[in-house]
Design a protein around this ligand. Structure first.
Ligand code: TYM
Length: 334
């Protein structure tokens, strides 16, 4: 059985991009794979954050995942900082990974912005920790959105270099799983930028917890163009905002963009936006209700995460012990 690993940062309420690009692809994998899912709080502190609400955001993210169908009884769900194997392996990977490789990471360039000299060094080595997250479990399948592809290529480079340098066929090759029309959901205000938790404008994204009125307002205000909708998806080329909204409707209704366009061909965005709003409200409503139910008992969420951390550590610790042995560290255990 293949082992699946994926992670999400607790840096805010998950967006529709997180949900359609990643989270909703996780529950269907639980049946046929050994699945390990992680709320990556150590990654979240690589960018500005508030220590007063990090714990609550971590729990909220876990509740959101459970509400989306990531059942902690049927998979391993835990918080990254609770399992020390991640940072132990990350340190080794800091030494295996090359500065030249990290310099090519587009996410670092995007996140550090113009003031690169002042960025935290954790942000720079972020991809090494991400590689450790996956390799600490010998996971081979990683469901993510399109923006994580470069990080996964780096994780494979690191695994291969470790194997080469320490003469062992130890870390397996990771296969990214980037699925469907919503692998890249774009901002509602600018169809060329990805929808993101860190965008300063809340109008640019749909949050999983937005109520019907907020969703309606954000979709009504979403940027579009004056052309009617075409019959053929290829005609959306060069119309990033239109393409994004069609992609979102296709994803939440489980259809292809071509089917969506067949229903809406020739229409302007007024009618289309009404249909999109209704579809989003219908889709997100039950998830929101379940999240609220779960968060009414925060202790139960925390307990599930602690159980998850124990199960995660039982898998990762022996793998990282062996990696340290291959490096030549004096063994900690007999
Ligand atoms: P994060 O927290 O930014 O996002 C979590 C997941 O959501 C996907 N995603 C999107 N998909 C489509 N459209 C969007 N606009 C969009 N925005 C986000 C991301 O691709 C991701 O799958 N580095 C990771 C977290 C991580 C991880 C890992 C992932 C840490 N360790 C190990 C996989 C394996 C991140 O920042 O995701």
């Amino acid at each position: 059985m293949q082992r699946v690993f994926s992670g999400i940062q607790p840096s805010g309420i998950p967006t529709l991009g997180n949900y359609l690009g990643a989270i909703r692809n996780w529950p269907p994998m639980i049946a046929g794979h050994e699945c390990i899912f992680c709320v990556v709080d150590q990654h979240a502190i690589t960018q500005p954050f508030d220590p007063r609400d990090l714990a609550a955001k971590t729990r909220d993210m876990a509740a959101a995942l459970i509400a989306c169908g990531v059942d902690p009884e049927r998979c391993v769900l835990f918080v990254q900082s609770h399992v020390h194997a991640h940072t132990r392996l990350a340190w080794i990977f800091n030494c295996v990974s090359r500065i030249g490789w990290l310099n090519r990471m587009t996410q670092f360039k995007d996140k550090a912005g113009k003031d690169r000299e002042n960025a935290g060094s954790g942000l720079y080595v972020y991809p090494n920790l991400m590689a450790a997250d996956i390799h600490a479990y010998h996971a081979t399948l990683v469901p993510v959105g399109d923006d994580q592809k470069q990080h996964l290529e780096l994780a494979n480079d690191i695994g291969q270099k470790f194997n080469h340098d320490y003469g062992a066929d130890f870390f397996p090759t990771i296969q990214p799983m980037i699925q469907g029309v919503a692998a890249r959901v774009m901002s509602l205000r600018d169809g060329t930028r990805k929808m993101s938790k860190s965008d300063p404008s809340d109008q640019s994204r749909i949050n999983l917890t937005d109520d019907a009125e907020t969703i309606a307002l954000k979709i009504r205000r979403a940027k579009t163009d004056p052309e009617p909708l075409p019959a053929d998806p290829s005609a959306l080329e060069g119309r990033p905002e239109a393409r994004n909204l069609v992609g979102i409707l296709a994803a939440v209704t489980g259809r292809e963009p071509a089917d969506v366009l067949r229903d809406h061909e020739g229409q302007g965005f007024g009618t289309f936006k009404g249909v999109l709003t209704d579809a989003l409200v219908a889709h997100l409503g039950p998830i929101q209700a379940e999240m609220q139910r779960l968060l009414a008992d925060p202790g139960a969420v925390d307990a599930a995460l602690r159980r998850g951390a124990e199960r995660a550590a039982a898998i990762a610790e022996p793998i990282v012990d062996r990696a340290e042995e291959l490096i030549g560290f004096l063994p900690r255990r007999k």
